[in-house]
Write a protein that binds this ligand. Sequence first.
Ligand SMILES: Cc1cc2nc3c(=O)[nH]c(=O)nc-3n(C[C@H](O)[C@H](O)[C@H](O)COP(=O)(O)OP(=O)(O)OC[C@H]3O[C@@H](n4cnc5c(N)ncnc54)[C@H](O)[C@@H]3O)c2cc1C
Length: 416
Amino acid sequence: MNTASPEHYDVIIVGAGMAGASLACALTRPGGAGQAAPSVLLLEAAPISLDGPAQQPGFDSRSTVLSASSRDALERLDLWSAIAPDAEPIVQILVSDQGRFGGVRMNAAEAKVPALGYVAENTALGRGFNQALLCSDRFTLRANTRVRELKPVPGAMQLLLENSNDIMSAALVVLADGGRSGLAAQLGIEQRETSYEQSALIANIACALPHAGRAWERFTPNGPLALLPLPDFAGEHRCALVWTQPQAQAEAVLALPDAEFLARLHAEFGYALGAFTKVGKRALFPLRLTLASEQVRPSLALLGNVAHTLHPVAGQGFNLALRDTLALAHTVRAALVVGESPGAMRHLLQYQQSCASDQELTIGFSHHLVSLFSSNKPGRGLLRQLGMAGVEHVAPLRQALARQAMGYRRRRVDLE
Ligand SMILES: Cc1cc2nc3c(=O)[nH]c(=O)nc-3n(C[C@H](O)[C@H](O)[C@H](O)COP(=O)(O)OP(=O)(O)OC[C@H]3O[C@@H](n4cnc5c(N)ncnc54)[C@H](O)[C@@H]3O)c2cc1C
């Protein structure tokens, strides 16, 4: 056992996935006069290097839609320049309900922005984030380091590491461990889970025609199907598929030979992209809404998936986490400016309050979208059709929806 005083920081972040990595950059970015940046340690269980693909589990074969407001935020955090070359702008979103007339089209030109959002493969995000983490000298990064236990002590939180006698402590520990490490559970924080009994099947699809910056979201009786524009690669036009289906059906479709898989996809989507010519590696993600019973405690805050894991239907999980991240960084710096601990409940409650309505609206939006569009209950189909026709034909409604998709407007969208 190490008996020396623990290594102490203002903030220790557990987990260098997208949420934790963004927070390290947000906390330590150069501030205004008199704004001393906090001392920050970022701990990550996976190894991090620029040789080969990123090893953190979140930087897998999925793709992520970054809203226009997330792009602005990543730019301010000096993360965007490393991501931009691999990010495809979305200039039009087409939402439709399979087998029914009507649909909604949202256009970047109508919203007077260069793009409604951007799509990047998580492997490319991993390269960009890790490059920024390894190049920054504003915080300390310890990769290949798994936190075993958290212990509340007066005015701080202590961390015990796996395979090490080192003890660390911080005025504030931010858990950004993705919710699967069990650290929140050790502290008695419950993860309240609602299973959608659906899985998202993801894969990259090569297609004969260029996507021209269009993103499709098609609601089918089995669940939503999204095709998102990706940058061309090796002369091929590509889209990222996120195909939500009931669990057993998703497993069956996952196992189909390539030609049958593409035929099934054509049957659901049609030929707006010409023939689908190739499907890349397929993977399944079981879908659930998970909400932590507490997001703050003295010297502790939960961020990203460990605080809230959303259905990916509206592509909001990381976008919401990034808005939380900016609010938390602001709170920490504001506490330090007045000489107070960033782990004091007074500040953490302010942080929580500043995020509450955005979290409620964003989580509610994704959740109600799933229940409205994945349901065949009498009346829901008509409601969907009326809703879409209304949005399509009323320009201000369409613009409001586009602003929601871009992450610029956070207001209640009650579709029930
Ligand atoms: C199919 C699908 C599609 C999605 N599409 C979108 C989208 O289009 N737009 C969007 O905004 N969101 C999307 N999301 C959500 C998005 O992927 C998540 O919000 C995001 O990845 C959350 O990242 P995170 O950093 O919270 O967690 P993770 O990525 O899980 O990161 C946690 C990190 O903590 C580390 N760690 C864990 N335990 C420990 C420990 N004990 N000690 C040290 N380190 C530890 C892990 O190694 C990992 O690197 C999608 C999700 C799914 C499933």
